[in-house]
Ligand binder design. Structure first.
Ligand SMILES: Nc1nc2c(ncn2[C@@H]2O[C@H](COP(=O)(O)OP(=O)(O)OP(=O)(O)O)[C@@H](O)[C@H]2O)c(=O)[nH]1
Ligand SMILES: [Mg+2]
Length: 182
């Protein structure tokens, strides 16, 4: 896949859009947003880390000269200052409410944790502002086949996607989902 880094923004006033459809990845810090982007495009273009709080800006990547992926900073990471937490929150919320090109917001959640308060609050808010979203459960490689089957059954009403950056599970389905949304 052809991929090019476009830009990082730390402040929403620096966002002008790219006149292309955008897909953004939100989720708790360390859930695997940057890893997912790298897996999707077969390139280590987004920075990843074992330490939560790695992605501090919104990073935009151009894919196949056709659409844009946005890697958002993670939420729910307590070890940064209140001030930084608020500025990330503001950046993410401004982006989600104001981007005219945002097609779908992907909400990533670790399959082992499931959906917690942060995810449920985000989903309620997206419904309220009428923004399309899709849930992606990450790190499916950490579960046994049986555990995974149980989870798939539990969450079937949400029609989520399942993804692993370790064994590429769900990669084709996610690409297909994006292509169909375009
Ligand atoms: N087992 C497993 N580990 C993963 C997977 N995806 C990511 N990780 C690991 O989880 C950690 C965090 O990954 P990142 O992709 O940096 O997470 P992030 O959501 O971008 O984190 P922030 O930028 O801090 O918000 C790294 O140690 C990754 O190697 C996965 O599918 N399976
Ligand atoms: Mg990241």
């Amino acid at each position: 896949m052809k991929v090019k880094f476009l830009k990082s923004i730390y402040d929403f006033k620096d966002y002008k859009g790219f006149n292309l459809p955008e897909f953004a990845f939100a989720g708790r810090s360390n859930v695997g947003k940057s890893s997912l982007i790298n897996t999707l495009v077969n390139t280590k273009i987004a920075h990843t880390s074992k330490t939560p709080g790695k992605t501090r800006a919104i990073n935009f990547f151009l894919i196949e000269d056709k659409y844009v992926l946005a890697d958002l900073p993670g939420y729910g990471y307590a070890k940064i200052t209140k001030e930084a937490q608020l500025s990330w929150k503001e950046l993410i919320e401004n982006y989600i409410t104001s981007s005219k090109n945002l097609k779908i917001l992907f909400i990533l959640a670790d399959i082992s944790r499931g959906l917690e308060d942060e995810e449920l609050t985000l989903i309620d808010w997206l419904k309220y502002i009428k923004r399309p979203y899709k849930i992606i459960f990450t790190k499916t490689d950490k579960l046994s086949r049986n555990e995974l089957r149980t989870k798939i059954n539990t969450y079937k009403d949400l029609s989520p996607l399942y993804f692993s950056s370790v064994n590429n599970e769900g990669k084709r389905e996610l690409i297909k989902f994006i292509e169909e949304a375009l």
